[in-house]
Design a protein around this ligand. Structure first.
Ligand SMILES: C[S@@+](CC[C@H](N)C(=O)[O-])C[C@H]1O[C@@H](n2cnc3c(N)ncnc32)[C@H](O)[C@@H]1O
Length: 200
């Protein structure tokens, strides 16, 4: 089975359980650093938006215009309920298509970790293309190299990461200037966070 299908079916099964545990992971500090670099009304893409809480909701409540995309129908239906002012689309992040220079900002929390890593370089180049020059990107990635299928909330799930060092090189190569990069522990898990600005 295609790895993305495992992830889609998995999140369709666990959407409510995932959402009820989501508050374990604090997201506000990095989100504030991201929004401080944007002007009011900026257009933001939330990639792998999940149930829309807390990230999409925070951005919409701050007055930004937000599109959330996700591969899981069940996660999206929660997001639509939680964030009525958001716009939501079902799409695989590696296949989504937007015009060049469509967004002022892109965020992706805990989602790229589920995309087969051989697609990460292509994804970061796509992020660069659909962001305006000097657009801002905040992404959470795996902190160490691994690829695994395992159990998550009682269902099958797939994860795929490069090391932080490898991910950093891919992001720079895609055309980003790094503002902040660090492995942070949140809710007992370590993830690699990059805040970056699209080159001109
Ligand atoms: C751990 S959840 C995180 C959700 C949300 N960003 C948050 O902070 O709570 C991962 C989300 O990424 C989505 N996802 C995983 N792979 C994806 C892909 N290839 N394209 C789009 N969404 C994907 C999942 O369906 C799920 O909703």
């Amino acid at each position: 089975m295609k790895k993305e299908k495992i992830v889609e079916e998995g999140y369709n099964k666990i959407a409510l359980n995932y959402h009820s545990e989501r508050n374990k992971f604090e997201s506000i500090i990095e989100l504030r650093q991201f929004t401080e670099l944007l002007t009011s009304g900026a257009k933001i893409l939330d990639v792998g938006c999940g149930a829309g809480v807390p990230v999409t909701k925070y951005l919409v409540d701050e007055g930004f215009s937000v599109i959330g995309i996700d591969i899981s129908e069940e996660m999206l239906s929660l997001a639509k309920k939680h964030v009525p002012k958001g716009e939501f689309l079902k799409a695989d992040m590696s296949e989504m298509d937007f015009l060049d220079d469509s967004f002022d900002g892109i965020v992706s929390f805990y989602a790229i970790i589920h995309l087969p890593r051989e697609k990460h370089a292509f994804l970061f180049k796509k992020f660069r293309r659909i962001l305006k020059p000097r657009g801002i990107m905040l992404i959470g990635l795996g902190s160490s190299e691994s690829e695994d299928t395992g159990e998550y909330f009682g269902t099958k799930m797939f994860w795929s990461h490069y090391s932080a060092e490898q991910s950093l090189e891919l992001v720079k190569d895609a055309g980003f200037e790094i503002i902040f990069e660090e492995v942070l522990e949140r809710g007992g898990e370590r993830h690699y966070w990059i805040l970056a600005k699209a080159n001109q």
